[in-house]
Design a protein around this ligand. Structure first.
Ligand code: ADP
Ligand code: MG
Length: 694
């Protein structure tokens, strides 16, 4: 061992002050090695660097005092509690420090000693701090617990701040010099990033807040950099190593496409179409995200891609998250393309087995040009003869992994993902970092704004009157229910909706036609009701959130959301997107009682803005990225240090460096970059088989 540098990867039990027993306890904090403890970041910091003179102490505040031990001693209180007390003096006064049941402190302190204490100042007969943190001033060792900016860590049972600080201090002393620098020097210089040793030392024991910032920035940059390298590689892999289909373009096609619509395509739509065309004309497979608010006209854009695929003699698949939405797409797309002699097919589970077989057969033989179905159905047991394009409508549901399975079906088809959650750029770069992105920003012309009101229960009758008036004008209304909690038992949304449906039809709107739709209905029943609503045979549709996704009834101008405080912001926005589609002034009414601050914020945001991007930013802010995306599987990386929202600027810098590096040195042949493969393997071992590190 002599002369050999200690390896930070050694088991934590070889760190001074840790035995086998403590090592077990530290494992609860996921600290297994010395390296782990070096990267065990503080939860927050306390500034204990400024000493306060005793005469200036403020009662009730946490303060730091430096002084000499004047007297000390043990007592036993009347109730039998062991009490240790010392008097600390500086040149301006005296303060008492009191500890209960720590008699051993009697041996620890000595009169005349210089010490620093930190704690909440109280005043009884005299100034006093109970259970202060303390440290004996020694020349030779820099202070760890007091008299500085002090790190505060997350703890587990049997590990306290003091002990953890001590261990980390030891780890830094013995192992810091062996930490490897993982960032290329030129990048560090360009981005003004401190070296790894400075960073680790200062993230724990910063000499100043300025140093702390530098340390933090460096560590977060590194984390994001590795992540973005992985994304850059994934993208490169798809781009260069796989050959897909080269579609030929036909200048006349876009003109005949435009003629299919009674309206002009928006600039955003034309731009997206352009981007898709150049992707498809390229032999590398398209891998593009089409992002736009509900009703911004994404489906129209996707339809062009379908048409182009078919013109080139390939088949296309459209995958929707729900059956209702698949049917909706089928209706819209077949209406447009069937007259051109294109065979559009719907494949959903509600079909009779014989019909399903017939369609699958057509797909296999290549007779079906465009197949629309739910994700699941197109997955299982469908063989395409010549699959050229897959359109994945994710709306606001995310499923990043699925895209990759897709590549194995067919001959590297082009992939277009549509999402209606306007993802803030921050997240798009991370979650969809390997995709090219087209954004539809403008809404089609002639859309009336949606006015959003927030009402509490006492306005309910007025809301009913308002609905009646709108219906008198010829419009239609949605009334949406969430799952609600009554005392102990959760009432399903279906139950709530069903209950209210009866009440509406019989008591409140006896002269109107009221319909009910929820997820438990059989598919053909759902269809029948949707069709009735769409054809204007129902005035009011009472529903659960099944109508959230993709339903298009332009004549509906009112949406009432019951117990609106139970919905998330993005969900409310999705729901609201069902109205305002028909050129009538439209109204979204949030009925409910926003009890919490967060709910108030959601209501406020909804009434303030109709811009999906703003709503999404706000939602992200309120819920954090994990919640925003629903579950962990959705491609959102787990981050140890950085915060996607707060550290967005660092993310952008890291991204631009990572992409530049992969472009310059895609196989990391430059010795300067050789560390990267290891770093990537360590970070993504087993998780990112999608990345071919080589
Ligand atoms: P998305 O898929 O983004 O929700 P759609 O493509 O389904 O949006 O379009 C929503 C509605 O707007 C549809 O009825 C569609 O016909 C219509 N629409 C699409 N683009 C335009 C446009 N440029 N001008 C007017 N209406 C449009
Ligand atoms: Mg749509």
């Amino acid at each position: 061992m002599q002369g050999k540098k200690p390896d930070p990867k050694v088991d934590i039990r070889y760190l001074k002050g840790v035995g086998p027993k403590r090592a077990e306890i530290l494992k609860n904090l996921e600290i297994n090695t010395v390296e782990d403890i070096l990267y065990y970041l503080p939860r927050r910091y306390e500034d204990r660097s400024n000493f306060t003179f005793i005469k200036d102490l403020k009662v009730g505040e946490y303060q730091t005092v430096k002084g000499k031990v004047l007297t000390l001693g043990r007592h036993r209180t009347k109730r039998g509690i062991n009490l240790f007390q010392l008097a600390l003096g500086d040149k301006t006064g005296v303060i008492y420090c009191v500890w209960f049941n720590q008699p051993f402190l009697n041996k620890f302190f000595k009169t005349g000693q210089e010490i620093i204490i930190y704690g909440k100042v109280e005043k009884y007969a005299k100034l006093q701090i109970n259970h202060p943190e303390y440290e004996i001033v020694k020349e030779e060792r820099d202070s760890v617990n007091i008299g500085r900016i002090v790190p505060i860590y997350s703890l587990t049972q049997d590990v306290n701040q003091r002990y953890l600080r001590f261990l980390i201090h030891e780890a830094i002393a013995d192992f810091l010099s062996c930490l490897r620098e993982n960032l290329p020097t030129n990048i560090r210089a360009r981005r003004r990033l401190v070296d790894i040793r400075f960073a680790v030392r200062n993230i724990h024991f910063p000499a100043s807040f300025e140093n702390l910032d530098k340390a933090y920035k460096r560590l977060v940059f590194e984390e994001f950099f590795i992540l973005q390298l992985a994304l850059a590689l994934k993208k490169k892999d798809i781009k260069t190593d796989t050959r897909g289909i080269r579609h030929s373009l036909d200048a006349g096609l876009i003109n005949s496409f435009k003629k299919l619509f009674p309206f002009e395509l928006t600039q955003s739509q034309l731009k997206a179409i352009n981007e898709i065309e150049s992707d498809m004309a390229n032999p590398k497979p398209m891998n593009r995200l089409l992002e736009g608010d509900v009703g911004s006209g994404k489906t129209v854009v996707a339809t062009y891609a379908l048409l182009l695929t078919r013109e080139n003699g390939y088949q296309a698949a459209v995958m929707a998250p729900t059956e209702i939405l698949a049917r909706q797409h089928y209706i819209n797309i077949s209406e447009l393309l069937m007259p051109l002699g294109i065979n559009v097919r719907l494949l959903v589970s509600g079909l009779k087995p014989a019909k399903k077989d017939e369609i699958k057969n057509e797909i296999r033989k290549g007779d079906a040009d465009i197949v629309i179905g739910t994700h699941a159905l197109i997955w299982e047991g469908v063989d395409f003869k010549k699959l050229g394009l897959v359109v994945i409508d994710e709306q606001h549901k995310f499923g990043v992994t699925q895209r990759h399975i897709l590549r194995t079906k067919g001959e590297n088809p082009d992939v277009l993902v549509m999402t209606a959650t306007p993802i803030p750029r921050t997240l798009a770069l991370t979650v969809y970092g390997d995709l090219d992105i087209s954004v539809i920003k403008e809404l089609p012309k002639g859309r009336y704004p949606i006015t959003t009101y927030c009402f509490e229960e006492e306005k309910r009758q007025n809301v009913y009157l308002f609905i009646k008036e709108e219906i008198k004008k010829g419009r239609q209304a949605y009334i949406v229910y969430p799952r609600i909690w009554l005392r102990k038992d959760a009432t399903t949304a279906m139950k709530a909706a069903t209950h209210m449906y009866n009440k509406f039809q019989e008591e409140i709107f006896p002269d109107l036609q009221v319909g009910l739709i929820h997820g438990r209905l059989e598919a053909n029943k759902k269809d029948a009701i949707m069709k009735k609503f769409k054809d204007g045979k129902l005035d009011i549709l009472v529903s659960t959130t099944v109508i959230e996704v993709g339903i298009d009834v332009p004549n509906a101008s009112v949406m009432v959301v019951e117990n609106a405080e139970r919905f998330g912001l993005s969900q409310l926005h999705q729901l609201r997107g069902r109205i305002g589609r028909g050129g009538y002034p439209s109204y979204c009414i949030l009925l409910g009682n926003p009890g919490t601050e967060a709910a108030k914020k959601r209501f406020y945001t909804m009434s303030e803005t109709q811009d999906g991007f703003k709503v999404a930013e706000e939602d992200l802010e309120l819920r954090g990225p994990g919640e925003f995306f629903g579950t962990k599987q959705h491609g959102l990386p787990e981050l140890r240090f950085g915060n996607i929202l707060r550290d967005f600027e660092i993310m952008e810098q890291a991204r631009s460096e990572a992409f530049a590096l992969v472009k310059q040195d895609p196989y990391f042949r430059n010795p300067r970059n050789s560390f990267i493969k290891q770093a990537l393997r360590r970070r993504f071992s087993g998780k990112l088989d999608l990345v071919n590190v080589g």
